[in-house]
Ligand binder design. Structure first.
Ligand SMILES: CC(C)c1ccc(C(=O)O)c(O)c1O
Ligand SMILES: [Fe+2]
Length: 311
């Protein structure tokens, strides 16, 4: 079985790097650490040392997601899986690994959405930088949810090839998956959508107060709240969704169900009704998850094979 350590990095495309850098630092509460040689901006996210990297790009949306694997043997398992299913992968050059303090990293394109998935092994020596909680006690990047017209096929790929386990399914609408042996209800979600796009990025916070304080901060700062506060019946999380300056949807949540590695409960299929998404009866703003395209990645032709023109 493929064994993952955690969701370690999400890279997003934003149309104005200065504006978004200020937002992700001052409103979301990430710790800026550096401008990268390619001009992107890196932010520490949470006590788990996750990274959010923002790239300036004409079309806002998703660029890549990175999961760390448990150890070298997991790479052998990943190689077997990708080879058996004819999924090409690119190997990170040594200078990229040096810059990111990694032993190794591979990148694939999820075949249905062309979303770039990276798999990496961090070096044992942690980099000398720490997350400083400011406006929210963020623990980690909680999950990334994509949308694609090929929802069922993408779920099958993530289950059969990447070994993700389904925790719950909102019937035919959203499938919430966890990369084993992660205990958290989901780290990746796939939604049915008219576009290959970003649905939202979740930040797991430490206390219910983080949600309430954020709600009032967003109101003061004119940040659009598009859903919540509410509670997800699937993961039991209390949530609050809001928009970044490009209209990308972000979520704070607290209190997510955790699964035991041995004998976890069976996945449920919840009916495709609003009550399956918010037990408190909230109604989503139509702007929620309406913006954000996946920048396609074309594996097999070099580490930086992102398609520059996104339709
Ligand atoms: C509305 C979305 C996709 C959703 C549904 C359920 C949960 C959960 O149970 O935690 C989420 O986090 C979601 O973002
Ligand atoms: Fe979510």
């Amino acid at each position: 079985m493929l064994r993952y350590r955690r969701l370690v990095r999400v890279e997003l495309n934003v149309t104005n790097l200065g504006r978004s850098s200020k937002f992700y630092e001052e409103i979301v509460g990430l710790t800026p650490i550096e401008r990268n040689p390619d001009g992107s901006a890196s932010f520490l996210c949470g006590s788990d040392d996750c990274l959010v990297v923002l790239h300036e790009f004409p079309v806002p949306g998703f660029r890549s997601i990175a999961l760390s694997l448990e150890d070298e043997s997991a790479f052998e398992g990943l190689h077997r899986q990708l080879s058996e299913h004819n999924v090409p992968y690119d190997v990170a050059p040594s200078e990229e690994c040096d810059a990111r303090n990694l032993l190794r990293a591979w990148r694939i394109a999820e075949p249905n959405s062309s979303a770039a998935f990276e798999f990496c092994l961090p070096r044992a020596t942690a980099m000398s930088r720490t997350f400083t909680p400011t406006v929210a006690k963020i623990q980690r990047i909680g999950h990334v949810v994509f949308c694609t017209p090929r929802h069922a096929e993408a779920v099958t790929f993530m289950r059969k090839v990447l070994g993700f386990a389904t925790s719950d399914d909102i019937d035919g609408v959203i499938t919430l998956m966890r990369p084993p042996p992660s205990p958290y209800h989901h780290g990746v979600g796939v939604g049915l959508g008219a576009r290959h796009g970003l649905h939202h990025v979740n930040f797991m916070v430490s206390a219910i107060d983080d949600i309430g304080i954020a709600m009032n901060r967003f109101k003061r700062e004119g940040v659009p709240i598009v859903f919540g506060p509410g509670r997800h019946p699937a993961s039991e999380s209390v949530f609050l969704y809001f928009l970044d300056p490009d209209g990308l949807t972000l979520e704070y949540s607290f209190g997510m169900e955790e699964f035991p590695e041995v004998s976890p409960r069976e996945p449920r299929v919840l009916p495709p009704v609003p009550a399956s998404i918010d037990g408190w009866g909230g109604i989503r703003d139509p702007r929620m998850s309406a913006t954000g395209l996946i920048q396609p990645y074309r594996a097999g032709s070099g580490w930086q094979a992102f398609v520059e023109g996104v339709a």
